[in-house]
Design a protein around this ligand. Structure first.
Ligand code: SF4
Length: 381
């Protein structure tokens, strides 16, 4: 499988916890769009291999892609289908924030070929939304979801978070109740990571804001997993839950260590060229635009990955999935079996009851998932 990721680095306002590459109220939106369209054309011309791939997924993420003018998203979709081989049944997603989309915008997304929406809610509690600097209320999320259904979207994700300021388990579980009852097909639930250089970090350090402690957050997550299961959402990755058959194909490709092409500011790519190769685009907005104005791709850190490292990457991302690694696919890709490469590591983890292997898959047990970092450390050669 292979996918295309497109980064739109603009937001209406910066959330207090956010350290992503995204700009609030930036005047360069039109220049960026022009450069991005140029990058799509140049990428196709630059690497033969990219021409040959059929892409099964496209993900327009951010930032907040839905702050782009409508014609912007349409022109990206048009340019992509002109220059890349996007498969007929591709999963094509866009991230939207409540309060930035109305019915006509969502209808236009649908017409341009987008068939999956990801709505960033984070919490159904308006007080918490305010505390973390989100631009919307819970009611606006419900309205956006309703409009998305009216526009014909039948594959919708909602992002929620645990470990937020002043969040209790009851508040978190209430968010899960509300979102599940609305019947979305997919839920991603991430734990807040307090990043330095964010407003929230400063507030917490100054004692102006309080986060739940590690045990409380773990407890929230644990009960959240149970509640999501009660509503019929299958946990298929550490932080991702879906109704049957509605797993995010784009992200599964990352966790299978598949090929992907990143376009846009600070996007990352991995591709089998003569060897497995990774690179990223510059994270400096002005450089990105200048580079493309000169007709050059804004790529940095092009790195050939050794076979050992590639195998380790496959293990590292594969064990995030509840079903773990497909061991016949591993052998097909590397010409050597998973059991041969990691004989002693497998013995050690099975001995600790952290790993299970059958004919088809190698996967971490619940205990192994809880100890994920230590489990992965064993595989570093
Ligand atoms: S909407 Fe997303 S990308 Fe934008 S500031 Fe908030 S968390 Fe960051």
């Amino acid at each position: 499988m292979s996918g295309i990721y497109i980064h739109i680095p603009f937001c209406i306002r910066k959330c207090k916890y956010c350290d992503f590459v995204s700009y609030a109220d930036n005047p360069l939106v039109a220049d960026y769009l022009y450069s991005l369209l140029k990058e799509i054309r140049l990428s196709k011309e630059n690497i033969d291999k990219i021409d040959k791939n059929e892409y099964d997924t496209v993900f327009i993420g951010g930032g907040t892609p839905s702050v782009m003018p409508l014609k912007g998203i349409e022109s990206i979709m048009n340019e992509l289908s002109k220059f890349f081989n996007i498969s007929n049944n591709a999963e094509i997603s866009i991230e939207c924030n409540p309060g930035t989309v109305d019915l006509s915008k969502l209808q236009e997304y649908k017409l341009s070929g987008i068939n999956r929406l990801s709505l960033g809610l984070q919490s159904a509690d308006d007080e918490i939304l305010k505390r973390i600097g989100r631009i919307h209320t819970y009611a606006q999320y419900v309205e956006s979801l309703d409009n998305a259904r009216k526009a014909g979207f039948d594959n919708i994700n909602t992002d929620i978070m645990h470990g937020l300021p002043r969040q209790t388990k009851t508040i978190y579980l209430d968010t899960i109740d509300k979102v599940c009852k609305l019947g979305v097909e997919h839920i991603s639930s991430y734990s807040l990571i307090l990043e330095e250089n964010t407003l929230l970090y400063n507030e917490v350090m100054a004692g102006k804001e309080m986060l739940p402690d590690e045990d409380e957050t773990y407890d929230m997550q644990d009960d959240g997993i149970k509640k999501l299961a009660e509503y019929g959402y299958i946990r298929y990755e550490v932080s991702n839950y879906s109704k049957h058959g509605r797993e995010c194909r784009h992200n599964i490709n990352y966790w299978e260590n598949g090929e992907y092409l990143g376009l846009g500011l600070n996007s990352h790519s991995a591709m089998k060229l003569d060897e497995w190769t990774r690179w990223n685009n510059t994270s400096n907005l002005k450089n990105y635009i200048e580079c493309l104005n000169k007709g050059k791709l804004p790529r940095e850190n092009i790195e050939k990955i050794s076979k050992n490292d590639e195998m380790f990457e496959t293990v590292m991302v594969g064990f995030r999935m509840v079903n773990g690694i497909d061991i016949s696919a591993f052998k097909k890709r590397y010409g050597i079996s998973f059991e041969e490469v990691y004989e002693s590591e497998i013995k050690e983890l099975i001995g600790k009851h952290w790993l299970e292997i059958n004919d088809e898959r190698a996967k971490l047990t619940q205990k192994g998932m809880d100890m994920m970092n230590s489990a992965l450390m064993c595989f570093i050669k």
